[in-house]
Design a protein around this ligand. Structure first.
Ligand code: C5P
Length: 293
């Protein structure tokens, strides 16, 4: 295959509990993650020489060399495929950056995972799942979950994944005040690192059961992120005022998600918040359901 396109969806932490810390400083998590249907777009095309180009509303200032996780993913995968005897001809990569960077919704990790998926296809490569998962983890703690791209409980530092097949598709509104947040900085500001894990997940597909469950869970990084971006509190208030059944921050922030009962309700809230806050990223998004193949 000479041209492939992969979506790099937003990763949403519906709940994120920080339950401990490893000796190397990384934090132990118990998190429920899901993924939107749309996101950044990563294109890979066989060519005479390697290249990497960017476009899209959030591409400004992004690096196009080894400082970009997409290029690190390409180089690591190329080494692994070559070591396994595979062919890795030059490839032109293009990233359409539609989601804000440093915003708690996967960002570079999702792009790196999409690059791995696209390159596996364009190089027609085969690697054991375990090799690919190890390689993904070397790129970042969130890359394995982004590679899977399905609803899951993420434990360990994020790499220990258990699929959640009962999570329904959700109608979300994503809002970011366009203030980037440094993940290490948010973790550094944590007041507690030994919080209790999530409660047992609902076993039903019913949205109301999931809303009730999520209302009792937390994002332990939210208080720390609010110190850096005070608007987070205002965003969740606005979401509640526009009918969200639940409003919470994702990842290390500052993107917040509002959960609405219908797609129409999420779209109406999108219109309201866009006109009230034209300088913010405001996007209604549907998430994948856990029972899709
Ligand atoms: O793995 P990644 O490079 O995405 O992580 C960025 C930073 O976020 C790490 O250097 C670490 O400071 C912090 N982090 C953490 N615990 C995690 C994931 C990330 O402390 N589980």
């Amino acid at each position: 295959m000479s041209l492939v396109v992969e979506t790099a969806p937003a990763k949403i932490n519906l709940a994120l509990h920080v339950t401990g810390q490893r000796e190397d400083g990384y934090h132990l998590l118990d998190s429920l993650v899901t993924f939107t249907e749309r996101g950044d777009l990563l294109t890979a095309r066989l060519a005479d020489t390697d290249d990497f180009t960017l476009s899209g509303p959030f591409s400004k200032g992004l690096e196009t060399d080894g400082g970009n996780l997409v290029i690190r993913a390409r180089d690591l995968l190329r080494d692994a495929v070559q070591a396994a005897g595979g062919d890795t001809p030059p490839v032109v990569l293009h990233l359409e950056k539609n989601l804000p960077v440093a915003s708690g919704i996967g960002g570079g990790s999702a792009d790196a995972a999409a690059a791995l998926r696209a390159l596996m296809r364009v190089w027609n490569a085969t690697l054991p799942d375990a090799t690919l998962a190890t390689l993904a983890l070397r790129l970042g703690a969130d890359v394995p979950m982004c590679l899977a791209g399905r609803p899951a409980i993420a434990r360990g530092v994020g790499e220990d994944l258990t699929p959640v097949t009962t999570l329904p598709s959700l109608n979300l509104l994503l809002v970011n005040p366009l203030k980037p947040v440094s993940t290490p900085e948010t973790f550094r500001r944590l007041a507690r690192r030994d919080n209790p894990p999530m409660e047992p997940l609902p076993s039903s597909f019913a949205l109301t059961d999931w809303i009730d469950f999520l209302a009792g869970q937390r994002n332990d990084l939210e208080p720390a992120a609010r110190q850096i971006v005070p608007e987070i509190g205002f965003i969740t208030t606005l979401m509640n005022l526009t009918g969200a059944r639940l409003a919470c921050m994702s990842g290390s922030g500052a993107t917040c998600f509002g959960l609405y009962e219908t797609r129409e309700a999420a779209r109406a809230a999108e219109r309201n918040l866009r006109s009230a806050q034209p300088g913010w990223f405001v996007q209604a998004m549907t998430t994948v359901s856990g029972d899709e193949p």
